[in-house]
Ligand binder design. Sequence first.
Ligand code: PEP
Ligand code: MN
Length: 395
Amino acid sequence: MSATLVSNLGWYPSSWRGHPARQMPHYADDGAVQAVEARLDASAPVVRIEDAARLRDLMADLAGGRGFLLQGGDCAESFDDPVAEQVAGIVSLFDAMTDRIGPNMAGPLVEIARIAGQFAKPRSVQDETHDGVTLPAYRGDIVNGIDFDAEARQPEPLRMIRAHMQSVGTAASLAAARGPGAPIFTSHEALLLPYEEPLTRRDSAGRWWATSGHMLWLGDRTRQLDSAHVEYLRGIENVVGVKCGPTLAPGELAELMDRLDPLGRPGKLVLIGRFGAKRIGDVLPPLLEATRGRPVVWTIDPMHGNTSMTGKRKVRRLPDILAEVDAFFAIARDQGVHPGGVHLEMSALDVTECIGGRGPASIDELEKNWLTACDPRLNRAQAIDLAAHVAALLA
Ligand code: PEP
Ligand code: MN
């Protein structure tokens, strides 16, 4: 086969092992990790390849300048989540949001939840210290436990099995919830590669797909060109997201796109900007310039760039979140780029995690119903109001 027809030359599901892997846990017992990988290798896929392929087709439309992607859900899922309730909640939230957005737009409204596999978290700080005791940071339920004790914080490979089982159940409930209606696809950050590798499966044409979710994304902390994460993601056929933070240079983005999608397939890449309301004006225009002529989908994550630390809590404010969404639409349109979607951290519950709008009025109210295992999420009312705001921008 000629090199021009092959997008992943020299790639294999395990080829990431030859690259520097950042943000990965250090397991005490390699044999236990290998035993888990073997079990995952023999386990059921979380999603069907044909559905992941269907999402690729839908995304090609968006790359052509029509339609909109609504992506959202928890920052981190938890083993304590009541699955049936969680799925019912997210479906009803997507229903309410698409009711707002749908009538104001043309083309497909694609819905993707952060669910059924969003268990692994990258951390900016590797350790956590309380009252003079230092322990490894919590890295998501698929890696270690959130409780601040030495045993819980030890990375435990069997957690991958539990995450897989919960993901299979969650994905099945989600698929059943909409019946013959438009599907809600699943997505998560492709961070824990010993989990992803054994769930990477071949279709009848010999192409490799991640079956841990329909769409996987590359996090802002693991997007170095030589990284194990880029290596893994360049080989799969799924729609791949790329978180684009304020330190991403336009040249680096061009190289990343060449690496992840050398064939330039429409809708294969979803670029997810997350700059912060204050920086988007400086950072986004040259990045849009770097993608000119490429059939990518640009979306905005207005959550992660608008986060500050106050005391023990991460603080996010709705006015900053809305300001980044507004700036994204304005800048994209100014440059003739289709504003293709939003990527949100949101809960179907009445949580008090983001300040503003129909949520807590100040930092003092954050404790009332703070439930997230990681970053603060919009509550149901805030998410619906944001959807109405987006609908007005699309009209
Ligand atoms: C996330 O989406 O939860 C996340 C960690 O994002 P980022 O990689 O953009 O910081
Ligand atoms: Mn997050």
